[in-house]
Design a protein. Structure first.
Length: 84
C-alpha cells in the first residue's frame, strides 16, 4: 500500500517566503493553485490514483468549488491549517 499526500497552497504561501510575503498581502498576488490543482486531479484520475489533499484554510475559503471538486474525485480532504 502507498500513501500520497498533497499540500494545496499557492506559491506565495510557502515557508521560503514567510519573511518576504506577509499573510496580509496574500490577496495582492494572482492565485495559481486552482488551475494547478485541476491539472493534478486530471493526472491522478487518468491513473485511478486517490490522495489526501491537505488544504490551507485560506485557499479553501477562497476556492470552495476546488474543495468540492477534490472531494467529488474520491480524494480525502485534510486541514493544513489556515495559513500554515
Amino acid at each position: 500500500m502507498n500513501a500520497l499526500t498533497i499540500d494545496v497552497e499557492d506559491y506565495f504561501h510557502v515557508q521560503a517566503f514567510a519573511n518576504v510575503i506577509v499573510p496580509d498581502d496574500w490577496c495582492r498576488y494572482p492565485m495559481r493553485v486552482e488551475n494547478n490543482t485541476h491539472r493534478l486531479l486530471e493526472l491522478l484520475d487518468q491513473r485511478a490514483i486517490r490522495a489526501t489533499f491537505f488544504m490551507l484554510g485560506w485557499v479553501a475559503e477562497r476556492c470552495p468549488s476546488l474543495v468540492r471538486h477534490i472531494a467529488a474525485g474520491g480524494h480525502e480532504i485534510g486541514s493544513h491549517g489556515y495559513g500554515h
